[in-house]
Ligand binder design. Structure first.
Ligand code: CP
Length: 301
């Protein structure tokens, strides 16, 4: 296993599958205080509910103690301390650092400075690899396989880091992607080129209802308001899709709707009780996937 988890590219197919197997073992038995002598730091320079709290739950379940911050305005960053010095300090205090930061590439940079493993909990619109591992765990649990699935990915494909990591991870499993977005939020060339280079089948569309009927997974995403430099551009696309219960009538029986959350209005509340809704269970799966990730990195030290 690699020393850090910065991009899902850091994991081979075998390492991904091994991690998902370990997540299943933790789900079976989550009372495993394996790391009572360890301190884990969660340092979040951007807001988070699920990622931070599920990492902290995972750390607590593993017996580790947790330090950190969820608002860098309450730290010496406010006085002008650099990311480099912050990481150097925290790596003196903790055995593992879990970091979310608005700048793309910041997690890789932190891993080059830190003396202890670093986990990328989201770096700008770049990557969110631990979300992807819990997404894959959710797909595997609901579909029984990761291979040969039809996956419709909907919404903000330009800025959505969970989408970017999902494309890379699923490339091991022969997916067929159907990307649904307004023109302004299409995938960038970097990801399209990756799929061309790796012979991954994909189509691009703008209509939602018509393009989810063959899907095994519908992966909804929020329009990432915080990544827009122009508020007017956000206003134009903010309500581009809203998945409603009436759109699900012709879907596959076992189709599951995933969403990394938080949602704004891209999934109507009337979908929540449908057999297709899986996003809240998906978020719970984050605890088991993150227990597996922490365990991998602390064991590899
Ligand atoms: N999925 C996700 O990253 O959620 P949070 O922003 O609440 O951590």
């Amino acid at each position: 296993m690699p020393k850090h988890l910065i991009s899902i590219h850091d994991f081979s197919k075998e390492e991904i599958l091994k991690t998902l197997q370990k997540a299943a073992e933790f789900e079976e038995n989550y009372r495993q205080p394996l790391f009572t002598d360890k301190v884990i730091a969660t340092i979040f320079f951007e807001p988070s509910t699920r990622t931070r709290l599920s990492f902290e739950t995972a750390s607590n379940r593993l017996g580790a103690r947790v330090i950190g911050f969820s608002d860098s305005d309450n730290t010496s960053v406010k006085k002008g301390e650099t990311l480099k010095d912050t990481i150097k300090m925290v790596s003196n205090y903790a055995d593992l650092i879990i970091m979310r930061h608005p700048l793309e590439g910041s997690a890789r940079y932190a891993s080059e400075i830190s003396d202890v493993p670093v986990i990328n909990a989201g770096d700008g619109s770049n990557q969110h690899p631990t979300q992807t591992l819990l997404d894959l765990y959710s797909i595997l649990k609901t579909q029984g396989t990761l291979e040969n699935l039809n996956i419709s990915v909907v919404g903000d494909l330009k800025y959505g880091r969970t989408v970017h990591s999902l494309i890379y991870a699923m490339s091991h499993f022969n997916p067929t992607f159907n990307f649904i977005s307004p023109e302004e939020l299409r995938l960038t060339d970097e990801y399209r080129d990756f799929m061309y280079d790796n012979n991954i089948k994909f189509t691009e569309n703008q209509l939602l209802k018509e393009n989810i009927e063959n899907a095994d997974i519908v992966y909804m995403t929020r329009v990432q308001r915080e990544r827009f430099t122009d508020a007017l551009e956000y206003e134009k696309v903010k309500n581009c899709y809203s998945l409603d219960i009436s759109m699900l009538a012709n879907c596959k029986e076992n189709m599951k709707i995933l969403h990394p959350l938080p949602r704004v209005n891209e999934i109507a509340q009337n979908v929540d009780n449908s057999k297709h809704a899986y996003y809240f269970e998906q978020a719970e799966n984050g605890v088991y996937a993150r227990m597996a990730i922490i365990s991998n990195l602390l064991t590899a030290q």
